[in-house]
Design a protein around this ligand. Sequence first.
Ligand code: PLP
Length: 443
Amino acid sequence: MTVPQHRLLKTEIPGPRSRDLQARKLAAVSSGVGTTLPVYVTRAGGGILEDVDGNRLIDFGSGIAVVSVGNAAPRVVSAVQEQVADFTHTCFMVTPYEEYVAVAEQLNELTPGTHEKRSALFNSGAEAVENAVKIARHATGRQAVVAFDHAYHGRTNLTMALTAKNMPYKHRFGPFATEIYRVPMAYPFRWPTGPERCAEEAFDTFVSQVHTQVGESNVAAVIVEPIQGEGGFIVPAPGFLRSVASWCAEHGIVFIADEIQSGFCRTGDWFACEHEGVVPDLITTAKGIAGGLPLAAVTGRAELMDAVHGGGLGGTYGGNPVACAAALGAIETMRAERLEQRARRIEAVMRPRLDALAAKHDVIGDVRGRGAMLAVELVEPGTLTPNPTAMAAVAAACHQQGLVTLTAGTYGNVLRFLPPLVIGEDLLSEGLDILEGAFASAL
Ligand SMILES: *Cc1c(COP(=O)(O)O)cnc(C)c1O
């Protein structure tokens, strides 16, 4: 690993060179494109981001769950270098190449279920979700799509409609795509009658709302994140996903698992659905798939994926050969280094420390997640009232000490942790020390 695996603070965060670049950014880049922490990165690897001022920050974000194999992971780098020197683009729809087919084979093998599968490749998560909906509609001849409270599925027109949160994703960007219906999520921490009956009551509400407001026979697909990402790392109450999936099967409705954030070893399994034994009809992947190169996919039952007429799916860049080579390098890394086991180990280290932190600070209302996809939800002590002010103070204190943490949540009150799965345990525990210090100093 070329980047030393030690935190190093040479300047305040952000330092002078980053501040200069941020001034250029503000003058050149649309203000609609925000930045969580304006330190400008020059190189990164393992659990470290190095910036233009020579600071080295501990990475608890992985570029939003993307570089699970680490930044510039050796197998990804060499696969990309070889591919980029051979050819960079032909368009798979014009003259194809093996790398695309090989990625599809890997996806068909690795995703849940032993049934016959097919895959199609795209550029971004939102594009994969759009295509999953196209496939489900085409295959069923139905139009309605059911999505959940707190869902995040992207920023294109159809995926904005599927996304639940107004600010910043939807505000003044309408009108949105039609035939989207929203139902409650089985969110244990905020379920009105408490967590015990959450799965059962949420499922009853789901069934009743779809029946009365949409009609089962009008529904093409139900789309759900097995652990919700931007919505705040909400883990649906145990059993809920299984009930929804089997109800979909009864009614000929396509069950789409959006594993764009939770997939590729992040939660301690290759895919988060596996934890509940749920086999989706279609699964969308992106983020962790290619070690940082833009790639996304829809994988699913052959009879659904092959229902679409030739030429009905695709795009100029979808399954670009360089991105495919990166994906093959990333998947090989996950297999060789057993990164799903690493995610479990990260949980084993982090979870007890987050629980201890919650016992000490009553602003922490909930600790949740699985594997290396963990979060704390902050509230006014003793209540369920969201506490975004405390979250912002803790996040800022972490950033000042050189720990990159991300935030999330419908109410802007969740700190989420997504370390690269290859992070060293010394860095992981130093990051947790900083987090503990941030709670002590900021609150
Ligand atoms: C990030 C994300 C998307 C959108 O992916 P992009 O590549 O940003 O378009 C969709 N669904 C989930 C669950 C995500 O986390």
